[in-house]
Design a protein around this ligand. Structure first.
Ligand code: BG6
Length: 511
């Protein structure tokens, strides 16, 4: 599609002008890590190309590796070139002209003094106006050192401009450590300065859950226990644990995907309409959903939770190793790479409606979606002449092939009254003729703009841990019901997950 065609796309007419943040400096801790080169810098680059970076902007990478500014920039440039082979030197040079690197230990006060001097210089020479974002993209064991040193060095104070801190996941390892981290960060920063990231909230389609629900009048009247049989939320990944076993062995799928991403998506599906489209109003409603999760007990964990771990198998025709054969995984590891949970939200709207959540690595394909399955019609008028009726399902595809499908029954043309399921489809790519921005683009931009709507509040993080801890604790203190590995890489997970379905008309969706 050409630019001219894009401009006449009627769905883009009248869209509001872009929001450009005020001048600022972004300090990334853990700058030599993967996230910086794979996600953060490409996201900043896209913002730059869309003219969404502040006119005065500087990036300061901090980490322990003793490298120079030039080496730092060269690494980033090479990574970016892999994504975008057309990147020219002149574009890169203008984008990266105010990039710097500072080597230092995270617990060394001198490193913070040097940073403070550099930031002041940037304010004076590049007009970054005393606005600072500190982005923690390090392993969580150094979060506290960085936070307390930002405090003692005075960098957390909002003296000339703003000072914000972005904290990457994992936010704590369990409820106690999340509380402790909240306390530590709140001793130094006020809640309005704290941005806890969950990159799922930056996904266009996750945000669309709110627009879809609250900008239309047809969904809300049926969005409740009267009409919905159950909700399925799936985050399926093809990838295995890769090189991240060091982290994953002590995390597992519940901490990695449920405490944050899946629970946040569930909140967006389940929450009540907020009183305003504003950060705290939305987060208040999400919090209520997390607090409404019916507490798991050791008995209900056995009934309502299923765990799995992948063994060797085939994906896309390639043989892939089992989890226990991956680098840095213990040979007898019982870390779950698959989990399915049946969650009940004890609210007026959802009482009795199961939310079936599942996520795993090494499933046959990458696909994240929400499926709302509706109840069958009250009176089956066609039961004598229609051989099979399927329930209505509204599928919201979060990724890939972002969009929505409504499945409904329709008469097959002909002299008999037969019915078949057909789809009503909306596809982002087709309707808007443009790819959605990457999650990190939106989140970095929002943080620079001071909009915390798509970030997690401290009480939400704790409520999510509180709900999940009984399952985590039970699994960590008991042996798996079926010995691991219990699903083959490239399959849809352990057969035991079917026990969560209960009713014959409930089936795990084949994606
Ligand atoms: C991360 C998890 O938060 O999300 C990873 O740590 C997972 O294990 C990833 O692969 C999935 O994100 P996405 O955007 O690819 O669905």
């Amino acid at each position: 599609m050409t630019t001219a065609e894009l401009l006449v796309n009627p769905l883009r007419e009248g869209l509001s002008a872009n929001r450009v943040p005020a001048p600022c400096s972004l300090v990334i801790y853990g700058a030599s890590g993967d996230l910086t080169s794979r996600k953060l810098v490409p996201a900043l680059f896209n913002l730059y190309r869309k003219h969404l970076l502040p006119t005065s902007f500087s990036l300061i990478g901090v980490s322990r590796s003793p490298i120079s500014d030039d080496q730092f920039k060269q690494r980033l440039k090479e990574m970016l070139k892999q994504e975008d082979p057309e990147l020219t030197d002149s574009l890169w040079n203008s984008f990266s002209q105010n990039f710097h690197y500072l080597a230092g230990a995270y617990d060394d006060p001198k490193a913070y003094q040097s940073l403070s001097i550099l930031l002041d210089q940037k304010d004076q020479n590049n007009g970054t106006a005393g606005n600072r974002v500190f982005y923690l993209s390090t392993p969580p064991n150094v979060f506290e050192d960085i936070i307390s040193n930002l405090g003692t060095s005075g960098l957390a104070k909002e003296a000339k401009g703003y000072s914000r801190i972005v904290i990457e996941k994992p936010f704590g390892h369990d409820l106690d450590s999340a509380k402790e981290l909240n306390q530590k960060v709140q001793e130094v920063f006020k809640e309005h300065q704290i941005y806890r990231i969950d990159h799922y909230l930056g996904k266009e389609t996750v945000q669309n859950l709110l627009v879809m629900r609250f900008a239309n009048s047809i969904f809300e009247p049926i969005w409740n226990r009267e009409n919905v049989d159950h909700v399925q939320i799936t985050a399926a990944e093809e990838l295995g644990v890769g090189s991240r076993a060091g982290y994953y062995e002590s995390s597992g799928v519940l901490r990695d995907m449920f405490q944050n991403h899946l629970f946040q998506v569930m909140c967006m599906v389940g929450m009540e309409p907020p009183v305003a489209f504003e950060a705290n109003a939305i987060r208040d409603e999400k919090l209520k959903i997390l607090q409404s999760i019916r507490p798991f007990t050791p008995e209900t964990v056995s009934q309502f939770a299923v765990r799995g771990q992948y063994g060797p198998g085939f994906l896309a025709g390639q043989k892939v190793p089992g989890y226990r054969e991956e680098k840095d995984v213990k040979p007898q590891s019982t870390t779950p790479t698959y989990a399915a949970l049946k969650v009940f939200l004890d609210t007026w709207r959802w009482h009795g409606v199961p939310f079936l959540l599942r996520s795993a690595k090494r499933l046959p394909k990458r696909s994240t979606e929400v499926a709302i399955q509706f109840k069958e019609p009250p009176n089956l008028l066609f039961k004598d002449n229609v051989s099979h009726l399927s329930p209505n399902v509204l599928v919201i595809r979060i990724q890939p092939d972002e969009g929505m499908t409504l499945k409904f029954e329709t008469k097959v043309p002909g002299m008999t009254t037969e019915a078949r399921t057909v789809n009503m489809d909306f596809r982002y790519g087709t309707s808007f003729a443009e790819d959605a921005p990457e999650a990190y683009e939106r989140l970095l931009l929002d943080c620079m703009l001071g909009d915390a709507t798509l970030f997690i509040r401290g009480d939400e993080a704790e409520a999510a841990w509180k709900a999940l801890m009984p399952v985590i604790t039970h699994w960590e203190t008991t042996q798996p019901e079926t010995s691991f590995p219990n699903y083959e890489a490239g399959s849809w997970g352990p057969a035991e997950a079917d026990k969560l379905l209960e009713k014959p008309w409930r089936q795990w969706r084949r994606l």
